[in-house]
Ligand binder design. Structure first.
Ligand code: NAP
Length: 255
């Protein structure tokens, strides 16, 4: 769906190399954005995203950085601004999940998940917000999860740390939306179960349980999340800030 909504805009998508982040990069490129594709370890995947971005009509560049580390996030931010211009559109999508129930999870898993999913959201936003305010324009979407809205429904609950980290993202969005208006809008997206590398090792039994509880009777595609993200970044969402929207095939609306 090509349009010129983001012509002349620079976008940063953290974790843009694979899965949901890749689909977001491509969707923004279809609207003419210059897309900074961040990754941390999978350079081949990042190059593939760049190819797809360029084919979609945008201009892609790759930036390696662990966004949970402030020094790396800062260096990347400076590099993007020097090469690509100031960041207008920011999607904090980089995230990790480690599946461990309460008997398996120790402080190491807890700390790692909270560091990547919370600090990795905070750093890019904090680095971008002052410039966005000065220029009078900034659009931010932070990727959360339905795990941040309610506990995991399959047993045992192996998403305690992950769900906690994604609830923090929802709180961060609410507070930043309130703090950074009117120049900057900040919104969240809370996906349900999406087919990506993150979920590929899920047991077929659990996948079928989730599908059976999902009114749309399917898992989601990365493109489902990219479309909502695109909308929230666009001026069609000009009266929306501080909110987190669910895209889960209806799953989380059930008791
Ligand atoms: P994925 O396929 O595992 O991809 C994760 C992406 O994040 C990769 O691009 C990875 O880079 C990057 N990344 C991980 N840690 C990073 C770090 N410290 N610094 C920079 N980049 C980092 O995951 P996904 O399913 O697309 O998930 C994307 C986001 O959606 C995550 O925040 C996830 O929590 C959220 N989400 C996913 C689902 C789902 O069902 N899949 C549901 C709800 C929410 P490399 O390629 O270099 O490793």
């Amino acid at each position: 769906m090509a349009d010129n909504e983001f012509e002349g805009r620079t976008a940063l998508v953290t974790g843009g190399s694979r899965g949901i982040g890749r689909a977001i990069c491509v969707r923004l490129a279809q609207s003419g954005a210059k897309v900074a594709i961040n990754y941390v370890s999978d350079a081949d995947a990042a190059r593939e995203t760049r190819k797809l971005v360029n084919e979609a009509g945008g201009e892609g560049r790759i930036y390696k950085a662990d966004v949970s580390e402030l020094d790396q996030a800062t260096a990347m931010h400076k590099e993007i601004e020097a090469e690509f211009g100031p960041i207008d559109l920011l999607v904090t999508n980089a995230g990790i999940a480690k599946f461990a129930d309460d008997t398996e999870m120790g402080a190491d898993v807890w700390n790692e998940i909270l560091k990547v999913n919370i600090n990795g959201t905070f750093h890019p936003v904090w680095l971008a917000k002052d410039g966005m305010t000065e220029r009078g324009f900034g659009r931010i979407v932070c990727i959360s999860s339905i795990a941040g809205l309610r506990p995991n429904t399959t047993r045992p609950n192996r998403l305690i740390a992950y769900g906690t980290s994604k609830a923090a993202v929802i709180g961060f969005v609410r507070n930043c939306g309130n703090a950074f208006g009117p120049e900057i809008r900040v919104n969240g997206v809370a996906p349900g179960l999406i087919d990506t590398d993150m979920t590929k090792d899920m047991s077929e039994e659990n996948r079928q349980i989730v599908i059976s509880r999902t009114p749309m009777r399917r898992t989601g595609k990365p493109e489902d999340i990219a479309e909502l993200t695109h909308f929230l970044l666009s001026e069609r969402a000009s009266f929306i800030t501080g909110q987190t929207y669910v895209a889960s095939g209806g799953l989380v609306t059930l008791p």
